[in-house]
Design a protein around this ligand. Structure first.
Ligand code: PRP
Ligand code: MN
Ligand code: MG
Length: 178
């Protein structure tokens, strides 16, 4: 499976170190507040599992599944909720947890959807962010790594639903596409 990567961008250790740093920041910022982590299925499963285990105290988590219709690897901004939150987030401190922001369309839609439920606060954490996201101007409080505009897989990120279980993040080798 690792042979299918042309290049490793972030090793398991680099990912864990960065998540530990972000967890420290998050824990300080939310001191005295009861934070609810909201993950976006399926890509965010690894980030959620590891980020929350780097936090020194207890937190709640919930999940949303959304589908965006688009051509190929780009999303279109037309979004549908496949699974909604179980939690009423009114007056809650909500932190959205994502694996990657690419065009930003998924997250700008999700953010305004959650905003309309009147949480006490709403922030975003993403492990990876691509440069195009500046176009949609979403305010992202916590970013793991800014990456170039290349198709990345592993650590929750898929190519045709595969490679989510890689421990590292990398670029797929050309032979996989053909
Ligand atoms: C991927 C990724 C983000 C989104 C980012 O999810 O996990 O959620 O795309 O793209 P955008 O910024 O251009 O909207 P995907 O829709 O592939 O579903 P998945 O998480 O199940 O892989
Ligand atoms: Mn996703
Ligand atoms: Mg995907």
């Amino acid at each position: 499976m690792g042979d299918d990567l042309a290049e490793v961008l972030y090793t398991e250790q680099q990912i864990q170190e960065r998540l530990a740093e972000l967890a420290g920041e998050i824990w300080r910022d939310y001191e005295g507040k009861d934070v609810l982590l909201v993950g976006v299925l399926k890509g965010a499963v690894m980030v959620m599992a590891d980020l929350m285990r780097h936090l020194p105290g207890s937190v709640e988590m919930d999940w949303m599944a959304i589908s965006s219709y688009g051509s190929g690897t780009k999303s279109s901004g037309v979004v549908r909720i496949l699974k909604d939150l179980d939690t009423d987030i009114t007056d809650r401190h909500v932190l959205i947890v994502e694996d990657i922001i690419d065009s930003g369309l998924t997250l700008s839609w999700t953010r305004s959807n959650l905003e309309s439920r009147k949480p006490a606060s709403l922030e975003i954490m993403t492990l990876l962010r691509k440069p195009d996201v500046v176009k949609v101007q979403i305010d992202v409080r916590y970013v793991g790594f800014d990456i170039p505009d290349e198709f990345v897989v592993g650590y929750g990120l898929d190519y045709d639903q595969q490679y989510r279980n890689l421990r590292e993040i990398g670029l797929l080798a050309p032979h996989v596409y053909s």
